[in-house]
Write a protein that binds this ligand. Structure first.
Ligand SMILES: *Cc1c(COP(=O)(O)O)cnc(C)c1O
Length: 401
């Protein structure tokens, strides 16, 4: 008989329902019904309809950026930008990101060159990026992670000095600002995700932002094979259109953003306070920004100090219905399709390798309140105190790989 992890907290799991890590915004039902009725009344489902246009205007105001091009998801937005910027050859990109970042390059026939991260902020390591630039590199695709941001000024200086493009995967950075300048207008373009797990939700969705008129015009033509706006020459067209139903949800989510952000901040602060006293656990705080969405509670664990490895802790939490996750694992350079030369690439990504082994996400979003966070932290504290016994059980029953 294997060790019952629930012994740590009693017989039943601490949470009756699984607690996911994602944001999972749902507008109030009557508002949703009214929005869908509007779509029915207008008999207009898609093709750059009134709700998409309204969303683009409201986002441009909110993000203080000249152009917003709404798309059906961020992955296609990233593909469209690579094409609109006419990139060639190689693109420098962190490995420590969601796999879609590098996949977008593959779809465009570009070769990702994986770059290490700064272990403190987990953002791209700019000195490491500088060493990877050669004649074939046409761009840096940086990622603004965890409601924090890269050092955009230093990255722009590096790109300018080498005559290459800089653009951003800002899927984690909606509502984030650097010295009160919103993430959206940095580099040649930025891409946001409005996936259901993100802080601004369209169910599925995203947008590209840019202050460059030419890039915006090309993106509007690439987005749809019958465009929206003046026709400009582009190499390929696609279907990256956002539907009216997606835009309706995004508009409600944008309306509710201040309260969503405030709730996230309250949960994040509760994690911060309660995790601070647990040896071997560190919560990552946004540090390069003047405003954050607090979309994620990302932690690192020091196994020796804590007494358990990351995956042992995650197993314990899962038994309590806390679906904590090792988000970016095992790193894009070790993921299917990119793993051809993994060991050689890994040798120049020591911080990525290390963070992939010790990082995890705790639940944060609409399904939790502060008392839930306190319960989660109490369980983690108990796991730390009882780590020797737990380790022994796990080793004896061979339940932990
Ligand atoms: C979510 C996410 C994406 C992909 O967004 P989709 O809208 O699901 O295509 C890309 N990059 C990062 C860093 C993400 O977190």
């Amino acid at each position: 008989m294997s060790y019952d992890f629930r012994l740590i907290s009693g017989r039943a799991p601490t949470f009756a329902e699984p607690l996911p890590v994602g944001q999972l915004y749902f507008p109030q039902w009557p508002r949703y019904v009214a929005a869908m009725r509007g779509i029915f009344d207008r008999h207009y489902y898609t093709n750059h309809g009134p709700l998409v246009q309204k969303l683009e205007e409201e986002l441009a105001r909110f993000l203080k950026v000249k152009h917003v091009i709404c798309v059906t998801n961020a992955t296609i937005g990233l593909m469209m930008v690579a094409d609109a910027l006419r990139l060639t050859g190689k693109v420098i990109v962190p490995s420590y990101t969601f796999v879609a970042t590098a996949q977008s390059l593959k779809w465009c026939g570009l070769t990702p060159v994986f770059c290490d991260i700064d272990p403190e902020s987990q953002q791209i390591d700019i000195d490491a990026a500088a060493l990877l630039i050669d004649q074939e590199v046409s761009a840096i695709l940086a990622v603004n992670l965890w409601g924090d941001a890269c050092d955009t000024g230093a990255l722009q200086a590096l790109a300018d000095a080498n005559g290459i493009s800089l653009y951003f995967d800002s899927a984690h950075a909606f509502g984030v600002a650097i010295e009160n300048v919103p993430i959206a207008g940095f580099g040649r373009a930025e891409v946001f995700s409005f996936h259901a797990t993100k802080v601004l939700s369209a169910g599925e969705g995203g947008c590209v932002t840019t202050n460059d008129d030419n890039v915006a015009a090309r993106l509007r033509n690439i987005r749809s094979s019958y465009g929206a706006g003046p026709t400009v020459p582009v190499v390929k067209t696609s279907n990256g259109r956002m539907s009216e139903a997606q835009a309706a949800i995004a508009l409600m989510s944008l309306d509710d953003y201040p309260s969503i952000q405030a709730r996230n901040k309250a949960l994040f602060d509760a994690y911060s306070q309660n995790l601070a006293v647990i040896p071997g656990i560190r919560l990552l705080h946004p540090k390069n920004v003047s405003a954050s969405n607090y979309q994620y509670a990302t932690c690192t664990i020091e196994p020796v100090e804590f007494g358990l490895a990351r995956d042992q802790l995650l197993q314990l939490l899962e038994a309590e219905n806390i679906l904590a996750r090792r988000y970016f694992y095992p790193g894009t350079h070790r993921s299917a399709g990119f793993d051809g030369n993994a060991e050689a690439v890994a040798a120049r990504l020591p911080m990525t390798e290390r963070i992939c082994d010790i990082s995890f996400q705790l639940p944060l979003g609409a399904r939790l309140d502060v008392s839930d966070v306190e319960k989660i932290c109490a369980l983690i504290a108990r796991a730390q105190r009882e780590a020797p016994q737990i380790s022994q059980f796990m080793a004896r029953d061979g339940v932990c790989e």
